[in-house]
Design a binder for this molecule. Sequence first.
Ligand code: GLC
Ligand code: CA
Length: 557
Amino acid sequence: MELSWFKKGTIYQIYPRSFNDSNGDGIGDLRGIIEKLDYLQSLHVDILWLSPIFSSPNDDNGYDISDYCAIMPEFGTMKDFDELLKKTHERGMRLILDLVANHCSDEHIWFKEAKKSKDNPYRDYFHWRKPSSNGGPPNNWKSFFGGSAWEYDETSGEYYLHLFTKKQPDLNWENPKVREEMYDAMRFWLDKGVDGFRMDVIPLISKREGYPDAPGFGFRKVIEEVYANGPRVHEYLKEMTEKVVSQYDAFSLAEGVGINHENAGLYIDNDRKELNMLYHFDILECTIVNGKFEEVSPFDLVNMKGIFKKWRDAVHKKGWIANAMGNHDFARMVSRFGEDKEHWAASAKMLFIMQATQNGTLNIYQGDEIGMTNIELESIDEVRDIQSLNFYNENLKTKRYSKELALKMINNEGRDNARTPIQWNDEINGGFTTIKKEPWIKVNPNYNTINVKKQDDDPVSILNFYRNLLKTRKQHDVFVYGDFEELEFNNPEIYAYKKKFKEEEIIVILNFKNVTLDFKIPYNLSDVEPLLNNYEVLEMNNNVMNLKPYQGVIFKI
Ligand code: GLC
Ligand code: CA
């Protein structure tokens, strides 16, 4: 196995809008990130991933790009970016950007031109189709964010494809000019010295010929079999890697939408020279049965172990994955998989032990290092996320759920949970912004108790636990590369495993229950001090551990 900086390095995702506001307009910005570089360095993270910072009308908070080579004015200037990049590198960290290559904004010059007429040179940058015989959309494809994936254009009498909002028209990768435009944009940033890209919904770039109707199965399967993994996707990715990424000391991290453990190798096996790694959706969606705001299933630990296992097996020889428990598209990890009330701190730390000892590049989302929780929005007026808003508005028409239930579902699953501003201290608005007026999205009212300042001063805080664990992880390759052996795989309450790499071995024991549990381990550890423990004590009689609620320990043997 090839060891490399992007495998062992920890990725920290920044959602710039919600990170830190330096100029008091209520919106996080690049200078805000510069102000916090010392903080980021203190976490022992290695790679900063910035969610999109490019010009955008912000229909989907920057995932709708109107100029790939310009900075969104709300976030600052190119000078600010250059300074951020330089200072990140000076601290020995790397920086990757978020490449949204599947679609752009309808306010991008390409689309504005394309709309002018059928023979405009930019027309073929997008997917245009005639109405179906009944005058409706060309097929039954649904957008990820609700409603048809096609929008009618009055001028030409044709529809254009948008798998996300109608302000995010899909780019036509069949057109070599589109590909070259994208490669040029990538080179522009790589030439400045950025260290790679997180590639937004990259498995969707190749569309199926003739745009066939989607069969009537669940949305998740539709994504896998109709939207993602199209006939030319691998050809495009090889081309992109050969012409661009491989020419630099840079790496690619794919958002693995529609990729499963069976076809993952086609994207990430290193001999295929496509992508360096991906993060998949199986853990992120393990309680989401068929797409957001549909059925929800209770958290099931054995199921989760199974997901980790099948991915480990799948990428064992040639591939590599990143491993994420949350990001800007999901509810907060401690609220979903742990417990954000009585055992908040213990469960946040325990979950991090699990995440940091799985194989793959560790991928942390901002705010998880202080155990930020979901927010309870009181009315739909407080909701900002376009996906949640579309769901709510569509539900007003279909009346499938009551308004109260729809809001509750948004509070449970919606993306705003992860987008509330970082809580820096207990001052007004959690110190995120200096303004008197409200920030762009509500700050979680629990900032008085959950904030960076408070945890910085507390040696046993979640924050300092993250720091310790990340520092320890750097010193032991076994955390990252070790072979995995499960103990009691079918135990629904305890996750226990051993990892081995060269001469090093660690044993990890995690109690996923909110009560005390006994666990008998098949090793004699009575003389071994835990390397890390999220409680100050560990009770052990012979080989039986008496684990406290959400207790997690790592032994090195
Ligand atoms: C990805 C992003 C998400 C965005 C979507 C469309 O899933 O993570 O935030 O809305 O792509 O670009
Ligand atoms: Ca600002």
